[in-house]
Design a protein around this ligand. Sequence first.
Ligand SMILES: [Zn+2]
Length: 241
Amino acid sequence: MINRLTSLYKLQLIDDQLDELEEMRGDLPLAVQNLESRMNDIARTISEKESEQNESIDKRDKNEKEIERILENQKRFKAQLFSVRNNKEYDALTKEIDHSDEVVKRLMMENDALADSSKKLSVEIEEITPLLNELKKDSDEKKSDLDQIVRTHEKEEVKLREERKKVEELVKKGDYSAYMRIRKAKRGKGVVTIKRSACSGCQNIVPSQRQLEIRRNNKLFNCEYCGRILVSSEIAEAAGE
Ligand SMILES: [Zn+2]
């Protein structure tokens, strides 16, 4: 039982050190993540605008070709006007010519509108691109700060992770999941000792009868206030060695 409790407390000691390393990174990991997500959003907006522009260019090309084709036909109709044999033929040709004028006019108007919106898109892209560069600069700086912190403690962290793996194997499966559950809920400590008759996790007084029981080191006790696993100072000392 003593070993069971000691292993648990050892795990806590290693996690304390890993938590400290994590804390040194501060809000950098989250800040980098936020910046990257904003950058992705902007990059997506830009690429959407660019593909809209490309579609507009394609459509304008198509319209230009259609205009050329119609004008070519119209030339032929106009030439035929000189060789009509009757009014009916003349009317039919003029109607064709008028109609092609209308279509050409409509296509040209459409192209003007497309060119306008394409220009607007260019302005919009130009407006947001500097923001993207700014965010990138900020993100690069934060990333390099974070890298430096991580690199400084890399060896220490690797060593701690290896130690943790070993200790984890010594901890009973049920204890481990209980420990991890408490750690998650309480953000940090899963196992604590009693200091000045109080749970060092939540500072609530542990009844003296309970303190006596805990000192026997033969059972797992949880603080009745915060739920953390309570071990005696003897266990804590043994684990620290
Ligand atoms: Zn407590």
